[in-house]
Design a protein around this ligand. Structure first.
Ligand code: CA2
Length: 146
């Protein structure tokens, strides 16, 4: 069974609670539940995490080298600043799908250029919480590395 680690960066624990006009009304707990049910339907296993700390996310990406075949990451604000996360992703051998709930390309200058995208296999943005489901479906149809 393909193992997927899903990572969420800072403040995403506030989804559905604050700023619903930008990020919608779905909570992170609801996204987790829909990812778990979609993964079960696709025959994937998922572990779902959120951290407000850059080093915590780097630790999880390093752990994924042993415990996961693919990563889905919404790095949130660290998308625009974190070389540490870029370096950790480069050391992971499987596919890394970057997901953003909002369309970062339609945002202001500070929210437009993700550093993570250079190291990601693919980027999904602007589809709302469905972006996580689309990422799981994409991973399910990728060939598993021997
Ligand atoms: O659209 C996304 O998924 C983002 O990664 C969310 C980040 C933002 O910095 C990126 O440009 C796009 C922000 C996440 C903060 O989430 C909040 C949720 C509710 C209230 C406040 C922040």
């Amino acid at each position: 069974m393909k193992r997927v680690m899903i990572l969420n960066g800072p403040n995403l624990n506030l989804l559905g609670v604050r700023e619903p006009h930008i990020y919608g009304t779905t909570t992170l707990a609801e996204i987790k539940a829909s990812c778990e049910s979609e993964a079960a339907a696709l025959g994937l296993t998922v572990s779902f995490h959120q951290s407000n700390h850059e080093g915590g996310l780097v630790d999880l990406i390093q752990q994924a080298r042993e415990s996961a075949d693919a990563i889905i990451i919404n790095p949130a604000a660290y998308s625009f600043t974190s070389i540490a996360i870029v370096d950790a992703i480069k050391a992971f051998e499987g596919p890394v799908l970057e997901v953003h709930i909002s369309n970062i390309h339609a945002r202001d200058e500070h929210h437009r250029h993700s550093k993570i995208s250079h190291a990601a296999t693919a980027v999904i943005c602007g589809l709302g919480p469905y972006g996580y489901i689309a990422a799981l479906r994409a991973i399910a149809q990728m060939p598993k590395k021997a």
